[in-house]
Design a protein around this ligand. Structure first.
Ligand code: HEM
Length: 445
């Protein structure tokens, strides 16, 4: 329940640290643009489609990612597509586009099905039991990434790798919260040492894998996966390739940008389905019919996909996007000064009362093919929009749709009686305490 009226500064600071989601007050869900005076800068919360279009698309050059966001993304990701700006970003974006093109993503259907089938085998061995579905989704999305990036394995323990990833997100989220509070950068952040150790661990593993892959490429026996495509990636306009730091940074970027985000999407989808017998039955019926053949699978799973898209509306993993104004600008009739912080929060936009009918109700029919095309542009932005839009959106949607369909087909999944589910915003929007569910294998005809 959003707080009524504007919060005082101290209240904002406490909430930012505890759970930034608690800062979105009632008027943000009602007004098109809200202005906040923070101690060091003006901030504008922009939830009006034409103003969003101006910030993220038409005048995007005036609105680079803000310093706080870049600092959160620094360590390890600094030279990857998510963080770079200017000419290097343009070169990288063009060079990396083929890695996430429709045809390439389609070719990953088998890897996604393999990961889902492995999970079916693992869960089937457990018998009827209660598990933390959120933790399982974190593992399976990492499994899909490792199968598609390094199809010949990471040469190490995936469980350890996954725990390190989760720890990384946790500590980066806490450091980011201190930045938002305006704590000067020379003040040491608790967790910085841990962050450095975690990064060193990832970099060690990745450098070893890249080295081995170069050797296989030289022998012309490299598999067709994202790593091979990345090492061969070339910007068609300039003929430039990525250097070795950019390659390492982008592997880490794909791993971190595609891991928790997709895991959370699945977790929220299972949570929402646990509240809706009708949509559970519809997803299952579709899965029974369509899962028999992998060809064009993601396009045929329209109900599962609508559930995933509705989960992304209600619980967008990237709950807020932020930008900083380089020069003064006008958003509608609102004057924005230089260095203002612009926040466009999909979490708010997707539940905005001026935009959505019954905004807080789970209704995947909004995203069934006929209705989907009537959703106005700039009102649904789980993947952002404009030049910096998510490069992995088709990958993520295809993956989540397939995994959802396979698991719903094979298991009865009920929310555990003592489950206490609510969203917290760290870097991504997650459930505060995992997602305990009682699962049991279905007898299939
Ligand atoms: C950018 C969301 C999955 C890689 C973004 C942005 C959003 C987003 C909102 C734009 C950020 C901004 O404009 O400030 C998501 C969500 C995902 C997801 C919700 C899952 C449901 C993935 C996957 C990958 C990926 C699977 C790659 C394997 C990236 C990259 C960028 C990006 C590299 C930066 C693009 C650029 O700046 O040119 N993502 N993402 N994401 N995402 Fe995703």
């Amino acid at each position: 329940v959003p707080p009524q009226g504007r919060l005082g500064l101290v209240d904002i600071l406490i909430r930012l640290k505890r759970n930034p989601l608690e800062c979105w007050s009632e008027d943000f869900f009602r007004d098109p643009i809200c202005k906040l005076r923070l101690p060091f800068l003006d901030a504008f919360l922009v939830h009006e489609p034409q103003a969003i279009k101006r910030v993220l698309m038409d005048n995007a050059k005036n609105y680079p990612k803000d310093a706080i966001q870049r600092r959160i993304l620094s360590s390890g990701l600094a030279d990857g597509l998510l963080s770079v700006e200017g000419e290097r970003w343009e070169i990288q974006r063009r060079a990396l586009a083929p890695l996430f093109a429709r045809r390439t993503v389609n070719s990953f259907t088998r890897a996604m099905l393999t990961a889902a089938d492995e999970l079916v085998v693992k869960w089937s061995k457990l018998g009827a039991t209660t598990i933390d579905v959120a933790a399982e989704m974190t593992l399976i999305t990492l499994r899909v990434l490792t199968l598609t990036i390094f199809s010949d394995g990471i040469g190490g323990d995936l469980g350890e790798f996954s725990s390190a990833m989760t720890a990384y997100f946790d500590v980066v989220g806490r450091i980011g919260a201190l930045d938002l509070l305006g704590v000067p950068t020379f003040v040491p952040r608790p967790g910085h040492g841990r962050l450095r150790r975690t990064m060193a661990y990832f970099e060690g593993i990745i450098d070893r894998i890249v080295q081995m892959r170069h050797e296989r490429l030289a022998r012309e026996e490299a598999p067709d996966d994202l790593l091979t495509l990345l090492l061969k990636a070339l910007d068609p306009s300039t003929g430039q390739r990525l250097d070795s730091t950019e390659i390492r940074s982008n592997i880490l970027t794909f791993l971190s940008a595609g891991h928790e985000t997709t895991a959370n999407t699945l977790t929220w989808s299972f949570f929402l389905l646990s509240q809706s017998p009708e949509w559970r039955a519809r997803v299952r019926e579709e899965a029974e019919r369509e899962l028999s053949s992998p060809d064009g699978l993601a396009d045929r799973l329209v109900v599962a996909r609508a559930v995933v898209e509705e989960a992304l509306r209600l619980y967008p993993p990237i709950a807020a996007l932020s930008r900083s104004a380089l020069e003064r600008d006008l958003l509608g009739d609102v004057k924005v000064g230089r260095r203002s912080l612009i926040v466009i929060a999909p979490y708010v936009l997707h539940r905005h009362r001026a935009i959505w009918d019954r905004p807080n109700v789970f209704d995947p029919s909004r995203f069934l093919p006929e209705a989907r095309s009537t959703i106005p542009r700039f009102t649904y932005l789980p993947f952002g929009i404009g030049p910096r839009t998510c490069i992995g959106s088709s990958f993520a949607l295809q993956e989540a749709t397939i995994i959802l369909a396979v698991l719903i087909r094979n298991f009865d999944m009920r929310l555990s009686a003592d489950a206490d589910v609510w969203p917290v915003q760290r870097i991504t929007l997650r459930t505060a305490k995992g997602l305990p569910m009682r699962i049991s294998r279905r007898e299939r005809p």
